[in-house]
Design a protein around this ligand. Structure first.
Ligand code: SAH
Ligand code: SF4
Length: 347
């Protein structure tokens, strides 16, 4: 497979160039591209492509796939969670959520993660490898094909740290925006990071119109470094400065993710300190009651704590909401489905 080109990593224009340079007519590239978008897994399925081109393509290219291994559907809200397998037998997870404004999908950017956050199932499982841009696309295409829907929004909040795989993520954003492809523009893509400061600056330089979410989860370095090892490499003062600079460079408001863990980061004092640190920033805080992951011992904050936290932030003019948890019965925050699958002997 290694000597073949990953056909889904090419833009339509690049595929056109490659096929015409081999003497095939340009429109064949568009036909192939349409098949790829439908999520086909072999050139043989491309029925309107002549057999010589199918054979040529088979020797020259490979199609990266995300094969559905498991699918869980929430009884409450139709949220769908997938466990996909990749060509090398690795597993990744993704979630499709339906809102009144469209269908959103949370996809993975790596197999596992190196960052080791203590509350996160993915972090606990370690790191295997980066995903290619086409493996990110393949998750969207597989779900679109399976559910027969158009996905309008993408969040890079599945397994992995997107800024630890920035080149492939940037390529993915470019490919996803292709008008004749998925046609998902940057404004409909949200990238979530644990806060790798130099990479935030690198991203800012690209001046993309994507939404940036930063996982903060604490009001200070002392608490943050208890759950997020990255906090030791990049103190919050540097991280918040990078977020301000990001806003100045792109004009895009930053969202802060804050998982509320009972007794760890959810006191009124924690809320006041957070409000003070975020004062004057053009931002939004997403509060998420932490999902309990086996073996962590963390519990989610109760409703009163959540409300009190929001009220303190609101009193200081910091916009904050408690995120609605979709698919609570099939959860599993990302990483748990894979862990269970492996435990059951899936790998
Ligand atoms: N690596 C990136 C994106 C993937 S994690 C990041 O950390 O931002 C996506 C989000 O899920 C992050 O905000 C992360 O902190 C959060 N998360 C991970 N495990 C969680 C859990 N058990 N409960 C609640 N949120 C969790
Ligand atoms: Fe990695 Fe994000 Fe999980 Fe931390 S929360 S371990 S950065 S996936």
């Amino acid at each position: 497979m290694t000597d073949k080109t990953d056909v889904k990593s090419l833009t339509l224009k690049e595929l056109e160039q490659q096929l015409t340079s081999e003497g095939y007519p340009k429109f064949r590239a568009k036909q192939m591209y349409e098949w790829l978008l439908k999520g086909v897994t072999s050139f043989d399925e491309m029925r309107n492509i002549p057999s010589d081109l199918r054979q040529f393509s088979d020797t020259r290219y490979y199609i990266s796939v995300a094969t559905i291994e498991k699918k869980l559907i929430s009884r409450y809200d139709k949220t769908v969670k997938y466990l996909f397998s990749l060509h090398d037998g690795e597993f990744i997870e993704a979630v499709v959520m339906s809102y009144h404004h469209g269908v959103s999908m949370c996809i993975s950017t790596q197999v596992g993660c190196k960052m080791g956050c203590t509350f996160c199932a993915t972090g606990k499982s370690g790191f295997s490898r980066d995903l290619t841009a086409s493996e990110m696309l393949a998750q969207l295409e597989a779900a679109q094909r399976d559910l027969n829907v158009r996905i309008s929004n993408v969040v890079l909040m599945g397994m992995g740290e997107p800024l630890d795989n920035l080149d492939n993520v940037l390529r993915f954003i470019e490919l996803a925006s292709e008008e004749k492809g998925l046609h998902i523009g940057a404004r409909h893509i949200t990238l979530s990071t644990c806060g790798i400061v130099p990479k935030i600056y690198e991203l800012a330089e690209k001046k993309l119109q994507i939404n940036l979410a930063v996982s903060l989860h604490a009001p200070n370095d002392e608490i943050r470094s208890r759950t997020m090892p990255i906090a030791k490499a990049y103190p919050m003062s540097q991280l918040l400065k990078a977020c301000r600079d990001y806003f100045d460079a792109t004009g895009r408001r930053v969202t802060f993710e804050y998982s509320m863990i009972s007794g760890v980061n959810d006191s009124d004092e924690n809320a006041r300190e957070l409000a003070q640190k975020l004062s004057g920033m053009n931002c939004h805080v997403n509060l998420i009651p932490v999902n309990t992951v086996e073996g962590t011992g963390y519990k989610k904050s109760n409703i009163q704590r959540q409300q009190s936290f929001v009220n303190i932030l609101a009193a200081k003019s910091i916009a904050a909401t408690v995120r609605r948890t979709l698919g609570s019965d099939i959860n599993a925050s990302c990483g748990q489905l894979k862990r269970n699958h492996i435990k059951e002997g899936g790998k």
